[in-house]
Design a protein around this ligand. Structure first.
Ligand code: PLP
Length: 409
Protein backbone atom coordinates (compact mmCIF):
# COMPACT_ATOMS: atom_id res chain seq x y z
CA UNK A 1 0.00 0.00 0.00
CA UNK A 2 0.96 3.64 -0.42
CA UNK A 3 3.01 4.39 2.66
CA UNK A 4 1.60 7.46 4.41
CA UNK A 5 5.08 8.70 5.38
CA UNK A 6 6.05 8.97 1.73
CA UNK A 7 4.64 12.28 0.56
CA UNK A 8 5.85 12.64 -3.05
CA UNK A 9 4.54 16.19 -3.59
CA UNK A 10 6.30 17.54 -0.51
CA UNK A 11 9.49 15.77 -1.51
CA UNK A 12 9.48 17.32 -5.01
CA UNK A 13 8.78 20.77 -3.61
CA UNK A 14 11.45 20.66 -0.94
CA UNK A 15 14.28 19.34 -3.11
CA UNK A 16 16.94 22.06 -3.26
CA UNK A 17 19.29 22.08 -6.23
CA UNK A 18 21.05 25.44 -6.37
CA UNK A 19 22.92 26.79 -9.38
CA UNK A 20 26.67 27.45 -9.26
CA UNK A 21 26.06 31.21 -8.88
CA UNK A 22 23.38 30.76 -6.25
CA UNK A 23 20.59 30.35 -8.80
CA UNK A 24 17.33 28.95 -7.43
CA UNK A 25 17.44 26.49 -10.31
CA UNK A 26 20.53 24.37 -10.94
CA UNK A 27 22.90 25.52 -13.68
CA UNK A 28 22.44 23.71 -16.98
CA UNK A 29 25.38 21.59 -18.08
CA UNK A 30 26.00 22.63 -21.67
CA UNK A 31 28.76 20.13 -22.37
CA UNK A 32 29.07 16.74 -24.01
CA UNK A 33 32.49 16.05 -22.48
CA UNK A 34 34.24 17.03 -19.24
CA UNK A 35 37.85 17.85 -18.45
CA UNK A 36 39.98 16.47 -15.59
CA UNK A 37 43.00 17.87 -13.77
CA UNK A 38 44.42 14.38 -13.32
CA UNK A 39 44.31 11.48 -15.81
CA UNK A 40 43.89 9.06 -12.90
CA UNK A 41 40.58 10.68 -11.91
CA UNK A 42 39.40 10.37 -15.51
CA UNK A 43 40.06 6.63 -15.45
CA UNK A 44 38.34 6.25 -12.08
CA UNK A 45 35.32 8.18 -13.40
CA UNK A 46 35.16 5.93 -16.47
CA UNK A 47 35.04 2.97 -14.11
CA UNK A 48 32.22 4.62 -12.19
CA UNK A 49 34.24 5.03 -9.01
CA UNK A 50 34.06 8.78 -8.44
CA UNK A 51 31.29 10.74 -6.79
CA UNK A 52 30.31 14.05 -8.40
CA UNK A 53 32.57 13.73 -11.48
CA UNK A 54 31.31 13.63 -15.05
CA UNK A 55 33.06 12.10 -18.06
CA UNK A 56 30.74 12.20 -21.06
CA UNK A 57 27.07 13.18 -21.33
CA UNK A 58 25.85 9.86 -22.75
CA UNK A 59 26.89 8.37 -19.40
CA UNK A 60 25.23 11.15 -17.45
CA UNK A 61 25.30 14.93 -17.11
CA UNK A 62 24.66 17.18 -14.10
CA UNK A 63 21.25 18.24 -15.50
CA UNK A 64 20.20 14.65 -16.16
CA UNK A 65 21.48 13.70 -12.73
CA UNK A 66 19.31 16.34 -11.00
CA UNK A 67 16.19 15.27 -12.86
CA UNK A 68 16.90 11.57 -12.24
CA UNK A 69 17.42 12.27 -8.53
CA UNK A 70 14.12 14.16 -8.29
CA UNK A 71 12.19 11.39 -10.07
CA UNK A 72 13.78 8.71 -7.88
CA UNK A 73 12.63 10.70 -4.83
CA UNK A 74 9.13 11.02 -6.28
CA UNK A 75 8.90 7.28 -6.97
CA UNK A 76 10.62 6.37 -3.67
CA UNK A 77 13.32 4.32 -5.38
CA UNK A 78 17.04 4.40 -4.63
CA UNK A 79 17.96 5.69 -8.06
CA UNK A 80 16.73 6.61 -11.55
CA UNK A 81 18.01 7.24 -15.06
CA UNK A 82 16.30 9.60 -17.48
CA UNK A 83 16.02 8.73 -21.19
CA UNK A 84 15.27 10.53 -24.44
CA UNK A 85 11.72 9.11 -24.58
CA UNK A 86 9.34 6.84 -22.71
CA UNK A 87 10.12 4.08 -25.21
CA UNK A 88 13.86 4.69 -24.64
CA UNK A 89 13.30 3.99 -20.93
CA UNK A 90 10.92 1.03 -21.39
CA UNK A 91 13.00 -0.81 -24.00
CA UNK A 92 16.24 -0.31 -22.04
CA UNK A 93 14.67 -1.63 -18.82
CA UNK A 94 13.20 -4.69 -20.56
CA UNK A 95 16.36 -5.50 -22.53
CA UNK A 96 18.46 -5.33 -19.36
CA UNK A 97 16.33 -7.99 -17.68
CA UNK A 98 15.67 -10.49 -20.45
CA UNK A 99 17.99 -12.60 -22.62
CA UNK A 100 17.50 -14.51 -25.85
CA UNK A 101 15.24 -17.53 -25.33
CA UNK A 102 13.49 -16.07 -22.29
CA UNK A 103 9.88 -15.07 -21.72
CA UNK A 104 7.76 -12.11 -20.56
CA UNK A 105 4.22 -11.98 -19.17
CA UNK A 106 2.55 -8.70 -20.05
CA UNK A 107 -0.78 -7.01 -19.56
CA UNK A 108 -2.66 -7.16 -22.85
CA UNK A 109 -3.85 -3.56 -22.51
CA UNK A 110 -0.74 -1.43 -22.69
CA UNK A 111 0.50 1.46 -24.82
CA UNK A 112 0.59 0.39 -28.50
CA UNK A 113 4.32 1.08 -28.89
CA UNK A 114 5.22 -1.12 -25.93
CA UNK A 115 2.85 -3.80 -27.25
CA UNK A 116 4.53 -3.68 -30.68
CA UNK A 117 8.00 -3.90 -29.10
CA UNK A 118 7.03 -7.01 -27.12
CA UNK A 119 4.99 -8.64 -29.83
CA UNK A 120 6.89 -7.80 -33.04
CA UNK A 121 10.43 -6.73 -32.16
CA UNK A 122 11.60 -8.98 -29.31
CA UNK A 123 10.84 -12.24 -31.21
CA UNK A 124 13.88 -11.33 -33.38
CA UNK A 125 15.89 -12.41 -30.33
CA UNK A 126 13.66 -15.38 -29.60
CA UNK A 127 12.04 -13.54 -26.68
CA UNK A 128 8.36 -14.39 -26.45
CA UNK A 129 5.60 -12.52 -24.60
CA UNK A 130 2.31 -13.90 -23.29
CA UNK A 131 -0.36 -11.18 -23.14
CA UNK A 132 -2.90 -11.68 -20.35
CA UNK A 133 -5.81 -9.93 -18.68
CA UNK A 134 -3.80 -8.33 -15.89
CA UNK A 135 -6.88 -7.92 -13.69
CA UNK A 136 -7.18 -11.73 -13.53
CA UNK A 137 -4.33 -12.77 -11.22
CA UNK A 138 -4.87 -16.49 -11.80
CA UNK A 139 -4.29 -15.93 -15.54
CA UNK A 140 -1.11 -13.98 -14.79
CA UNK A 141 0.27 -16.77 -12.61
CA UNK A 142 -0.80 -19.48 -15.07
CA UNK A 143 1.14 -17.72 -17.87
CA UNK A 144 4.46 -17.88 -15.99
CA UNK A 145 6.92 -20.41 -17.45
CA UNK A 146 10.29 -21.64 -16.14
CA UNK A 147 12.04 -19.12 -18.46
CA UNK A 148 9.83 -16.10 -17.55
CA UNK A 149 11.87 -13.10 -16.40
CA UNK A 150 9.44 -10.18 -16.28
CA UNK A 151 5.84 -9.29 -15.47
CA UNK A 152 5.09 -6.04 -17.35
CA UNK A 153 2.11 -3.81 -16.68
CA UNK A 154 0.77 -0.24 -16.49
CA UNK A 155 -0.75 0.96 -13.20
CA UNK A 156 -3.64 2.50 -15.14
CA UNK A 157 -3.64 1.02 -18.61
CA UNK A 158 -3.56 2.82 -21.94
CA UNK A 159 -6.23 3.16 -23.24
CA UNK A 160 -8.74 0.97 -21.35
CA UNK A 161 -8.00 2.39 -17.89
CA UNK A 162 -7.69 -1.02 -16.26
CA UNK A 163 -6.05 -0.89 -12.83
CA UNK A 164 -3.26 -3.32 -11.92
CA UNK A 165 -3.08 -4.70 -8.40
CA UNK A 166 0.61 -3.94 -7.93
CA UNK A 167 0.92 -5.54 -4.49
CA UNK A 168 -0.62 -8.82 -5.69
CA UNK A 169 1.46 -8.82 -8.91
CA UNK A 170 4.59 -8.19 -6.87
CA UNK A 171 3.79 -11.19 -4.66
CA UNK A 172 3.47 -13.38 -7.77
CA UNK A 173 6.73 -11.98 -9.20
CA UNK A 174 8.58 -12.63 -5.95
CA UNK A 175 7.18 -16.16 -5.69
CA UNK A 176 8.78 -17.01 -9.06
CA UNK A 177 11.93 -14.90 -8.60
CA UNK A 178 11.10 -12.59 -11.51
CA UNK A 179 10.91 -8.78 -11.84
CA UNK A 180 7.82 -6.59 -11.95
CA UNK A 181 8.07 -3.58 -14.29
CA UNK A 182 5.32 -0.97 -13.92
CA UNK A 183 4.63 1.91 -16.31
CA UNK A 184 3.18 4.69 -14.13
CA UNK A 185 2.79 7.28 -16.94
CA UNK A 186 -0.97 7.85 -16.44
CA UNK A 187 -0.77 8.23 -12.67
CA UNK A 188 2.33 10.10 -11.43
CA UNK A 189 2.03 11.04 -7.72
CA UNK A 190 -1.32 9.19 -7.51
CA UNK A 191 0.44 5.84 -7.21
CA UNK A 192 3.88 4.96 -5.89
CA UNK A 193 4.32 1.45 -7.37
CA UNK A 194 7.68 0.86 -5.62
CA UNK A 195 5.91 1.17 -2.25
CA UNK A 196 3.69 -1.70 -3.34
CA UNK A 197 6.56 -3.94 -4.46
CA UNK A 198 7.32 -2.95 -8.08
CA UNK A 199 10.98 -3.59 -8.91
CA UNK A 200 11.21 -1.13 -11.79
CA UNK A 201 8.98 1.91 -12.43
CA UNK A 202 9.03 3.58 -15.85
CA UNK A 203 7.43 6.78 -17.13
CA UNK A 204 6.97 8.60 -20.37
CA UNK A 205 7.90 12.08 -19.12
CA UNK A 206 6.31 13.39 -22.33
CA UNK A 207 2.93 13.26 -20.61
CA UNK A 208 1.80 14.62 -17.22
CA UNK A 209 5.28 14.97 -15.70
CA UNK A 210 6.54 17.52 -18.21
CA UNK A 211 3.00 18.63 -18.99
CA UNK A 212 3.90 21.08 -21.76
CA UNK A 213 3.86 18.83 -24.84
CA UNK A 214 7.07 20.39 -26.07
CA UNK A 215 9.38 17.41 -25.72
CA UNK A 216 9.51 13.65 -25.34
CA UNK A 217 11.33 12.06 -22.41
CA UNK A 218 11.40 8.99 -20.20
CA UNK A 219 12.77 7.60 -16.96
CA UNK A 220 13.57 4.28 -15.30
CA UNK A 221 13.33 4.34 -11.49
CA UNK A 222 14.72 1.37 -9.53
CA UNK A 223 17.42 0.16 -7.13
CA UNK A 224 20.99 1.51 -7.26
CA UNK A 225 22.05 -1.88 -8.48
CA UNK A 226 19.65 -1.97 -11.46
CA UNK A 227 20.31 1.63 -12.52
CA UNK A 228 24.06 0.96 -12.37
CA UNK A 229 23.51 -2.10 -14.56
CA UNK A 230 21.64 0.04 -17.13
CA UNK A 231 24.55 2.49 -17.18
CA UNK A 232 27.35 -0.10 -17.22
CA UNK A 233 29.88 0.76 -19.94
CA UNK A 234 30.32 -2.91 -20.85
CA UNK A 235 26.77 -4.26 -20.97
CA UNK A 236 24.30 -1.58 -19.89
CA UNK A 237 21.39 -1.20 -22.32
CA UNK A 238 20.92 2.54 -21.63
CA UNK A 239 24.65 3.13 -22.04
CA UNK A 240 25.07 1.05 -25.19
CA UNK A 241 21.81 1.76 -27.03
CA UNK A 242 22.19 5.42 -26.15
CA UNK A 243 18.65 6.85 -25.66
CA UNK A 244 20.07 9.91 -23.89
CA UNK A 245 18.06 12.93 -22.83
CA UNK A 246 19.55 16.29 -23.75
CA UNK A 247 20.65 18.41 -20.76
CA UNK A 248 18.60 21.45 -21.81
CA UNK A 249 15.46 19.32 -21.88
CA UNK A 250 16.29 17.73 -18.53
CA UNK A 251 16.59 21.18 -16.93
CA UNK A 252 13.25 22.20 -18.39
CA UNK A 253 11.43 19.03 -17.29
CA UNK A 254 12.80 19.48 -13.76
CA UNK A 255 11.26 22.96 -13.61
CA UNK A 256 7.91 21.62 -14.86
CA UNK A 257 8.04 18.77 -12.33
CA UNK A 258 7.79 21.39 -9.54
CA UNK A 259 4.19 22.14 -10.52
CA UNK A 260 3.12 18.53 -11.11
CA UNK A 261 1.26 18.24 -7.74
CA UNK A 262 -1.06 21.19 -8.44
CA UNK A 263 -1.54 20.13 -12.04
CA UNK A 264 -2.49 16.55 -11.10
CA UNK A 265 -5.03 17.79 -8.57
CA UNK A 266 -6.67 20.01 -11.21
CA UNK A 267 -6.60 17.33 -13.95
CA UNK A 268 -8.29 14.90 -11.53
CA UNK A 269 -10.87 17.43 -10.35
CA UNK A 270 -11.88 18.29 -13.92
CA UNK A 271 -11.97 14.69 -15.18
CA UNK A 272 -14.10 13.62 -12.20
CA UNK A 273 -16.55 16.46 -12.85
CA UNK A 274 -16.94 15.51 -16.52
CA UNK A 275 -17.14 11.77 -15.87
CA UNK A 276 -19.79 12.13 -13.15
CA UNK A 277 -21.95 14.55 -15.12
CA UNK A 278 -21.74 12.62 -18.39
CA UNK A 279 -22.48 9.32 -16.62
CA UNK A 280 -25.54 10.95 -15.03
CA UNK A 281 -26.68 11.90 -18.53
CA UNK A 282 -26.48 8.22 -19.54
CA UNK A 283 -23.18 8.42 -21.44
CA UNK A 284 -20.98 5.30 -21.45
CA UNK A 285 -18.00 6.71 -19.57
CA UNK A 286 -15.05 4.89 -18.05
CA UNK A 287 -13.21 6.71 -15.25
CA UNK A 288 -11.57 5.09 -12.21
CA UNK A 289 -13.12 7.68 -9.92
CA UNK A 290 -16.63 6.42 -10.78
CA UNK A 291 -18.13 3.69 -8.62
CA UNK A 292 -19.14 1.95 -11.86
CA UNK A 293 -15.45 1.43 -12.81
CA UNK A 294 -14.65 -2.27 -12.23
CA UNK A 295 -11.48 -1.48 -10.25
CA UNK A 296 -12.71 1.63 -8.42
CA UNK A 297 -12.17 0.01 -5.00
CA UNK A 298 -8.70 -1.23 -5.89
CA UNK A 299 -7.68 2.19 -7.21
CA UNK A 300 -8.99 3.83 -4.02
CA UNK A 301 -7.02 1.39 -1.87
CA UNK A 302 -3.74 2.02 -3.71
CA UNK A 303 -3.88 5.79 -4.28
CA UNK A 304 -2.46 8.85 -2.55
CA UNK A 305 -5.95 10.35 -2.16
CA UNK A 306 -4.94 14.01 -2.34
CA UNK A 307 -4.20 13.66 -6.09
CA UNK A 308 -7.56 12.19 -7.08
CA UNK A 309 -8.32 9.64 -9.77
CA UNK A 310 -6.30 11.21 -12.57
CA UNK A 311 -7.00 13.09 -15.76
CA UNK A 312 -7.76 10.18 -18.11
CA UNK A 313 -11.26 9.08 -19.09
CA UNK A 314 -12.88 7.34 -22.06
CA UNK A 315 -16.26 7.55 -23.77
CA UNK A 316 -17.37 4.70 -26.01
CA UNK A 317 -19.13 5.94 -29.16
CA UNK A 318 -18.95 2.44 -30.70
CA UNK A 319 -18.14 3.40 -34.30
CA UNK A 320 -15.10 5.25 -35.57
CA UNK A 321 -17.37 7.55 -37.63
CA UNK A 322 -19.28 8.65 -34.55
CA UNK A 323 -16.04 9.10 -32.61
CA UNK A 324 -14.48 11.19 -35.39
CA UNK A 325 -17.56 13.38 -35.71
CA UNK A 326 -17.56 13.96 -31.94
CA UNK A 327 -13.87 14.86 -31.78
CA UNK A 328 -13.91 17.16 -34.83
CA UNK A 329 -16.87 19.07 -33.42
CA UNK A 330 -15.23 19.37 -30.00
CA UNK A 331 -12.14 20.83 -31.64
CA UNK A 332 -14.27 23.25 -33.70
CA UNK A 333 -15.81 24.45 -30.42
CA UNK A 334 -12.31 24.87 -28.98
CA UNK A 335 -13.01 22.41 -26.15
CA UNK A 336 -9.61 20.86 -26.79
CA UNK A 337 -7.47 19.34 -29.51
CA UNK A 338 -7.79 16.26 -31.67
CA UNK A 339 -4.32 14.99 -30.84
CA UNK A 340 -2.55 11.95 -29.40
CA UNK A 341 -0.61 12.14 -26.14
CA UNK A 342 -1.81 13.34 -22.76
CA UNK A 343 -1.12 15.46 -19.72
CA UNK A 344 -1.43 18.81 -21.52
CA UNK A 345 -3.11 21.97 -20.15
CA UNK A 346 -5.78 21.62 -22.87
CA UNK A 347 -8.02 18.58 -23.19
CA UNK A 348 -6.66 16.16 -25.82
CA UNK A 349 -8.76 13.48 -27.46
CA UNK A 350 -8.17 10.70 -29.93
CA UNK A 351 -9.70 7.38 -30.92
CA UNK A 352 -6.93 4.89 -30.03
CA UNK A 353 -8.53 1.84 -31.70
CA UNK A 354 -7.48 3.05 -35.15
CA UNK A 355 -4.62 5.19 -33.82
CA UNK A 356 -2.25 4.77 -30.88
CA UNK A 357 -3.45 1.20 -30.20
CA UNK A 358 -3.65 0.12 -33.85
CA UNK A 359 -0.52 -2.00 -33.34
CA UNK A 360 -2.83 -4.39 -31.45
CA UNK A 361 -4.61 -6.63 -34.01
CA UNK A 362 -8.35 -5.95 -34.50
CA UNK A 363 -9.49 -9.33 -33.06
CA UNK A 364 -7.38 -8.80 -29.93
CA UNK A 365 -8.73 -5.27 -29.53
CA UNK A 366 -12.26 -6.71 -29.76
CA UNK A 367 -11.47 -9.41 -27.19
CA UNK A 368 -10.24 -6.82 -24.68
CA UNK A 369 -13.20 -4.49 -25.28
CA UNK A 370 -11.34 -1.78 -27.20
CA UNK A 371 -13.92 -0.61 -29.72
CA UNK A 372 -13.02 1.56 -32.72
CA UNK A 373 -15.38 4.19 -31.33
CA UNK A 374 -13.58 4.52 -28.01
CA UNK A 375 -12.55 8.13 -27.43
CA UNK A 376 -9.71 8.61 -24.95
CA UNK A 377 -9.59 11.99 -23.29
CA UNK A 378 -6.81 13.59 -21.33
CA UNK A 379 -8.77 16.24 -19.48
CA UNK A 380 -7.05 19.62 -19.31
CA UNK A 381 -6.54 22.19 -16.58
CA UNK A 382 -9.64 24.17 -17.65
CA UNK A 383 -10.74 26.85 -15.23
CA UNK A 384 -14.37 26.65 -16.43
CA UNK A 385 -15.05 22.91 -16.55
CA UNK A 386 -18.83 23.47 -16.39
CA UNK A 387 -18.58 25.15 -19.81
CA UNK A 388 -16.54 22.21 -21.17
CA UNK A 389 -19.20 19.81 -19.89
CA UNK A 390 -22.04 21.78 -21.48
CA UNK A 391 -20.23 21.81 -24.82
CA UNK A 392 -19.50 18.08 -24.66
CA UNK A 393 -23.11 17.25 -23.87
CA UNK A 394 -24.37 19.50 -26.65
CA UNK A 395 -21.96 17.86 -29.11
CA UNK A 396 -23.22 14.41 -28.12
CA UNK A 397 -26.78 15.65 -28.73
CA UNK A 398 -25.80 17.10 -32.12
CA UNK A 399 -24.28 13.84 -33.37
CA UNK A 400 -27.36 11.88 -32.27
CA UNK A 401 -25.65 9.95 -29.46
CA UNK A 402 -28.69 10.06 -27.19
CA UNK A 403 -30.88 8.65 -29.97
CA UNK A 404 -28.76 5.51 -30.18
CA UNK A 405 -28.81 2.57 -27.77
CA UNK A 406 -25.27 3.28 -26.56
CA UNK A 407 -26.16 4.87 -23.25
CA UNK A 408 -25.92 3.22 -19.86
CA UNK A 409 -29.49 4.06 -18.80
N1 PLP B 1 3.84 4.53 -21.83
C1 PLP B 1 2.59 5.02 -22.00
C2 PLP B 1 1.53 4.63 -21.02
C3 PLP B 1 2.32 5.88 -23.06
O1 PLP B 1 1.08 6.36 -23.21
C4 PLP B 1 3.36 6.22 -23.96
C5 PLP B 1 3.13 7.12 -25.12
O2 PLP B 1 2.00 7.44 -25.46
C6 PLP B 1 4.63 5.67 -23.76
C7 PLP B 1 4.84 4.85 -22.68
C8 PLP B 1 5.78 5.99 -24.70
O3 PLP B 1 6.33 7.22 -24.37
P1 PLP B 1 7.14 8.16 -25.42
O4 PLP B 1 6.17 8.55 -26.48
O5 PLP B 1 7.62 9.27 -24.57
O6 PLP B 1 8.25 7.33 -25.97
Amino acid sequence: MARPEHNPAKIIQELQFFGEFGGVNPSISDSATYTFLKAKTMLETFEGNTEGCYLYSRHTSPSNHYLSLALAKMENTESANVAASGMGAITAAILQLVNAGEHIVSSRTIYGGTYAFLKNWLPKFNIETSFVDITDLSKVEAAIKPNTKIIYTETLSNPLLEVSDIEALSKIAKKYGIKLIVDNTFTPLIFTPANMGADVVVHSLTKFINGANDTVGGVVCSSNDFINQLKDVNDGSSMLLGPVMDSLRAAQILKNLRTLPVRMIQHSKNAKYLAEHLENDGVKVSYPGLKSHPQHELFSKMMHPEFGYGGMMTIDLKTVEMANEFMERLQDKNVGYLAVSLGFYRTLFNAPGKGTSSEIPEEERKAMGLSNGLVRMSVGLDFDIEDVYRKMKKTLEEIGYFKTDLQTQ
